[in-house]
Design a protein around this ligand. Structure first.
Ligand code: APR
Length: 229
């Protein structure tokens, strides 16, 4: 079975009503990254950080996977599909994708500030000051903040090196090291980029499908089935 590696970003979840970051009206237009998504922010104003992620988590509990997520599940009928996502939502999993690697953490999880290996599923949207781990230390969002290491990047790069087809969906390719994963795709394999807007990439091997994820993934399925089945 051919291996399809898919790198997704916030645009993948846009049609589920989840805001992106850098478009008009995006999250970073409303919030200063360094005030809500960095270790310094947590140090200076943990309530503001908790509120930022609580608001996003509340919306996520109300959101559903979209046609793009479902299309990637359909691809699993014909191909070995490995998703690497920058997104912290669980929409790929809820759509039914079997193999999802989160580079930037998971919104529905919290972890101990004393021991990062103590990670807890959240079945409710609100994480508060005073919510503690089993050791009695404050819980924080299980999110990779700006300035923190992306521990999954090595595993992600190894996965990209095994791709027969590489697909990029819904990311502005602005944030490293995630954006650099495109360069780990083996030379000569097809690379598709699904995005309704223009996306700059130094990688000149991209075949662009200028569509939203919902329709773009359907087009990709047709292309891949004609090519490989
Ligand atoms: N379908 C597909 N792509 C879309 C859609 C859609 N319906 N709507 C918007 N997009 C595209 C935009 O054109 C843009 O290229 O999604 C991309 C979103 O880019 P960003 O907002 O920069 O999000 P992302 O690339 O995922 O950001 C990367 O930055 O802030 C950090 O940790 C955060 O994981 C995030 C990282």
């Amino acid at each position: 079975m051919k291996k399809i590696v898919v790198l997704t970003g916030a645009g993948m979840s846009a049609e589920s009503g989840i805001r992106t970051f850098r478009e008009m009206g995006g999250l970073w237009e409303e919030y200063d990254v360094m005030e809500v998504a960095s270790p310094q922010a947590w140090e200076n104003n943990p309530e503001l950080v908790l509120r930022f992620y609580n608001e996003r988590r509340k919306k996520l509990f109300e959101a559903e996977p979209n046609q793009g997520h479902q299309g990637l599940v359909e691809l699993e009928k014909y191909f070995d599909v490995q998703i690497i996502t920058q997104n912290v939502d669980d929409l790929h999993e809820r759509a039914g994708s079997k193999s999802v690697l989160h580079l930037h953490g998971e919104l529905k999880k919290a972890r101990s500030t004393a021991n990062p290996n103590l990670i807890y599923e959240l079945d409710h949207w609100e994480l508060k000051l005073g919510d503690t781990c089993e050791k009695g230390s404050q819980l924080r969002p299980h999110i990779v903040w700006f300035g923190e290491a992306v521990h999954a990047i090595h595993d992600a790069a190894l996965i990209c090196e095994t791709a027969d087809v590489f697909v990029v969906i819904g990311t502005s390719l602005n944030v490293y090291p995630a954006a650099g994963l495109v360069d780990y795709a083996p030379n000569g394999i097809p690379i598709f980029l699904i995005d309704p807007n223009d996306v700059y990439s130094s990688n000149n091997r991209l075949t662009v499908i200028k569509e939203k994820a919902g329709t773009g993934v359907q087009k990709l399925i047709t292309i891949l089935k004609n090519e490989y089945l």
